[in-house]
Every structure is written in C-alpha cells, then in structure tokens.
Design a protein around this ligand. Sequence first.
Ligand code: IMP
Length: 445
Amino acid sequence: MPRFDEGQEKHMPNIVIAGAQWGDEGKGKIVDLLSERFQVVARYNGGHNAGHTVIIEDEKFVLHLIPSGILHPGILCVMGHGMVIDPWALEKEIAGLVERDVEIEDNLVISDRAHLILPHHRVLESLAEAARGENKIGTTQRGIGPAYEDKAGRRGIRMSDLLNKDTLPGKLAEARRHFETICRGSNHTPELDWDQLLQDLLAFGERLRPRIADTSLVLQRSMARGYSVLFEGAQATLLDIDLGTYPYVTSSSATAGGAVTGLGISPTRVDGILGIAKAYTTRVGAGPLPSEIGGSLEEEIRKRGAEFGASTGRPRRCGWFDAVVTRYSTLVNGFDSIALTKLDVFDPLAEIQVCTGYKYKGEVLTDFPADLAVAEACEPVYETMPGWVEPTAGVRDYALLPQGAQDYIARLSDLVGCEIGIVSTGPDRLDTILRRSSAVAAWFE
Ligand code: IMP
C-alpha cells in the first residue's frame, strides 16, 4: 500500500534524476537508493528499451518499464504519459516481480494518456533499420521509435483506448491502414492477426483497468498533500530526441525537461535535478563516441565494468570520461549535483585520460556540436591523470578514498562545472558515498 495517509510536515523536495551521458550510468541504483526519501516515484519517458539494474543484498533486479521505486514497499510508482508501453512486456515484468515477492497492488498506476507499443511497431522498426543499411541506429528493437512516430502522427493508441471497446476497433483500423501502406512500399507481407490483437488489447484493458488513471492529477494531488516525488528519467541526455546525437538517439525526451512534459507537471514543481554520470563513458548502438578507447584496454574496462546491455546483452562501447559531453548535459539539464558511478572500475589503471575538448579543423571545441559530421570528425583532446591503483570498491566514506581518486573526482567536477555529490563504488545499494556538503544532502536535511 502506498504510504499515502501519513502526511508530510514540511515540504520535501521533488527531484528529477536524469542520465548525463548515453545511458547505463547506473540510474536504477541511485533511484533505488534515494527512493526511500520519497513517497512517489514517477517515470517520465521511454519504454522497455531501458534496463535499470538494482542489486539488493546480492539479489539482482532488472527493471525495464516499472519505476525502480517499486522495490520499496509503500512508494507510489507512476508510469507517465511520456512513456510508451508494451502491454505484454508490462504484464511480464509485473508477473516476474510478483513471483519474487515484490508487492504490486495499488502502488503502481499508469497514465491513461501513455501510448502503446504494439506488435506492428516492431515490424516497422526492423523494416526501417534494414532500409538504413550501413547507417543503422542500432536500436533495441522494442518498437520504441515507431510507437513515438504514431504518437506524433496522431494515430497512436493510448492506455485509455483499451477501456473503450466501441472506439478501439476504429483506432486499430487506422493504425493498420498506416502500417499496411508502409508494408506495401517495402514489399513486405504483413502477417499480423488484427482480430486477435483487438481481443488481446481489450483483455489487457480489463486487467489493467484498476491501474489506469490520469496520472498528472494523481501527481498534482500527491504534491498538494506534501508528498515528494522523484521523477525518474530513462536513457540519457545524449540519447534525447532533441538534445542528443541525432539521429543516433532514442525517440523520447530523456532530459530533465521531459519530466515536465512527460508527466504533466509544472516546471515550478521541480526543486532539484540530479545528473547521473559514469566515471567513464559508454554507449550501445551506433553514433559518435569521441572518447572511445579501443583495443585491449577498452576490452578490459568493458569486462571490469560488466558493460553489456541490461536489455539486449550487447557489448557497450567504452570511452574515457568526456567532460565536453557532461558539461553540455549539466547545462541543458541544469544539474544541481552529479552522482558519479562505477569509480572502482578504474582501480587498477596507472593512468587515466579525461577528454577536455575536441580538435576540429585546427580549432579546439569545448561545446558539443549539433552537426554529427563535425562530432564524427573531431579528435579528442586528452588530459592525463595518474590513477590511484588502490581498491575503491565498496568504500563508503569519502575521506577513505585514495587521494588519486579524490583528485580525479575534483578535476571532473571542475571541468563539468557541477559538484559531485554522490560517488558509487560498487553495485550494492550500500556501496555509495553521499557527500555531506552536497546539494543532495541539503535536499534531505
Ligand atoms: P531505441 O530507444 O530502441 O529506439 O534505440 C535508440 C538508441 O538508444 C540505440 O542506440 C540504443 O542502443 C539506445 N538506447 C535505448 N535505450 C537505452 C538504454 O536504456 N541504455 C542505453 N542505450 C539505450
């Protein structure tokens, strides 16, 4: 049961958590860690392309759709209309969690305005990726892009449509008409059973009915009662449809602004923004990664950091910490603080590089370029720092970090223009340092 009747004496902050790089920064762990300070956790974008890994006492949970707050009893979890939801994936995720004794009752609500991912979206995605040839985006193949296309094209099917058996057939017919037009153009013979799909969707509607709500109103009312909300973003700034490395991006608004549009809340309700950045940089899929390491060192970092996709199992490309990217993220999101994760992955390295700028046609750029051709032609400018060559894994007190690690953190903070308020030194909830002098500590005083 959500802790809904306890009330709140003082106004607790509402905080957005957003990824600062290309995703997989460890948002799941930080959301889970901070969740207990909030009454509500609301996810604002993306779908089951995300994979948020949370480890609690050696038990591993990978959440794709459901906010990571679900692992704490008594927190209301909201899936906002900025998300796209595959109802099969949702039910599977709910069932998997229930099987592991996670309580999912009236503590999970889903926006009536959230758009659905349907089977034809995956077909459209594979046609679109195949047509791109060498320029494939390298998507997760979950149907994310086509579902957002249908939303923008005003032919999408929303959660509320599942509850209306009179209008759903017409809406499905419109989706089918569009789908088949594209199939004809691609010489693809569609094999979908639309009658069965209609029946399946109506059945989902009946089962999900108690959870489907106007979640914007749910959030307004919660905040009016003094409950504090953690707004959880999926993916990350450089994958944002507007601010990322377009077209090698996802199709949603992953930056902090997405919390406002994806949940239907006013920007004035956001009290703070926490960015999550890895101590290095990774990306899955195609597109520029200027500080990509390459060779056996990249392989070693991938292994040490277990850099394989939580959703697709794909190996992640690994690069040095890119201060150009993270400074850009700090600016466009307005981070008050950054949580730096996976510091311990660098423990054995004698030397560490930090990308401070990009050389392009004899000039050094310090802002991330919009033009992909420029980003791809850039040569990273590195600053070399000594490693600490001592274990930081599991360190829970800032003062106990080796001096080299403290110097590295201080340098990143300077380059990026934002404090580093949290340092994560291992996958467990408890392997985390919350710095007492930070904005994060002040939020929860
Ligand atoms: P899509 O979101 O499946 O359309 O994929 C678009 C791009 O975003 C691809 O490069 C994916 O690998 C990447 N992507 C999507 N979700 C995630 C994520 O949760 N972590 C990291 N990369 C992601």
